[in-house]
Design a protein around this ligand. Sequence first.
Ligand code: AMP
Length: 118
Amino acid sequence: MAEETIFSKIIRQEIPTPLLYQDDLVTAFRDISPQANSHILIVPNKLIPTINDVTEQDELCLGRMITVAKKLAKEEGIDENGYRLIMNCNKHGGQEVFHIHMHLVGGQPLGPMLSIRF
Ligand code: AMP
């Protein structure tokens, strides 16, 4: 059984974080440490620790994350200029919270996709 993270408490509103969106599958709220003018997290309500743990049964939920990202990008007024959707996995991906989530970042030019250099 995977260990819950702070995101489960936010989803259940046991920690009072303003929600931008919630339905039966996903929840969205602002990142506590924004890396761009607009930085929103879109999270499945179900605890899935990493992308390595997703199954075919999660496909509806994973698709919903994208349609909610599109809706929120429009509400944020960043859809026309563009934005970036990011999902980190495990150590090399820089994942810190082990409850999968999609970062919706935008509101300014975001620069190169990766900061690493080979
Ligand atoms: P990742 O590195 O992809 O796992 O991203 C985790 C993100 O969760 C980081 O951008 C954190 O700033 C964000 N975060 C951690 N705790 C909270 C919280 N309580 N509310 C909102 N965002 C959070």
